[in-house]
Design a protein around this ligand. Sequence first.
Ligand SMILES: C[S@@+](CC[C@H](N)C(=O)[O-])C[C@H]1O[C@@H](n2cnc3c(N)ncnc32)[C@H](O)[C@@H]1O
Length: 345
Amino acid sequence: MHDIVQDYYGRQLQHTGDLKTSACCDISEIPAWLKPLLARIHPEVLSRYYGCGLVCPPLLEGCRVLDLGCGSGRDVYALAQLVGPTGEVVGVDMTDEQLAVAERHKAFHADAFGFSNVRFLHGYIERLDELGLEPGSFDVIVSNCVVNLSPDKDAVLRGVQRLLKDGGEFYFSDVYADRRVPDAVRNDPVLYGECLGGALYWNDFLRLAHRQGFIDPRLLEDRPLAITDPELVPRVGNVRFFSATYRLFKLSTLETACEDYGQAVIYRGSIPAHPDRFPLDKHHDIQSGKVFSVCGNTWRMLQDTRFAPHFDFIGDFNRHFGIFEGCGSGLPFDNENNITSSACC
Ligand SMILES: C[S@@+](CC[C@H](N)C(=O)[O-])C[C@H]1O[C@@H](n2cnc3c(N)ncnc32)[C@H](O)[C@@H]1O
């Protein structure tokens, strides 16, 4: 699988427009605050962007961030601006041609930003322990459309657990399927390279996350993917694919269900670029200044992480009121027919 993927991203694809699905995000979906950051990135880096979502969470100043499967480095260079001169961003990728583009423009970006805070490492995301990175040393780990390509996803998440600080998060976009992908789809090299063949059935992903100690994965955004190459459509059959962004917090105290302790938080409106609301995830759009009821897990995701100084906390864990209302377990993705075949960003 590694050889197929290296050949696909190293030699077959030359730029974003060569992709055969709508996996890349629509330019109109890029938030206004991110556009000036992307505008400072070298055109060759941008032209080889193959991501399927946005992996720039808020509050990164001074953070150490790791990007798994960084490719030509678009997200690394965007994150470099967000962490600033006191932070660091490390990108890992296994494909020489992709890393060569990222490395080639290091000086250009140092010049544009006024500081140099990025490193690129050649390596495999299943074998992060071989890269000499200190365990528990990253505040945030990101990845954009890469985990699906890995033949050993358990090893990837195990490595992420090891490298994250307590209270840190894995914030990543990837492709998921509405069912287990049949062998014919999995073994098709083009479908695999296009991030479809190796996509996990969403419920198997949740099991995998649990297995590796990420007890309460939070879905941020999702959208259905369109396959834009008509030759590929019959090859995927009835499987439907989605691009989705999850955040997985490294918090050993999380419970397997949302439990109600009668707690609430008030968002102070102090996170940069988020004065009115803070979307923790798809189901927690927290308005500033308003008392917002939370389960014990959400409380911990806000109190035991870098978000704590931006909230007031009401309550404690002394009294339990049962399960928190509205914790569903169905298909978590929106299913409306708003598939686009627009150009990639
Ligand atoms: C779909 S591209 C995404 C690249 C980049 N994240 C972006 O948004 O442009 C997948 C990238 O992941 C890298 N990759 C895939 N599997 C990998 C693995 N097991 N270890 C390291 N890199 C991997 C590929 O070399 C390729 O650059």
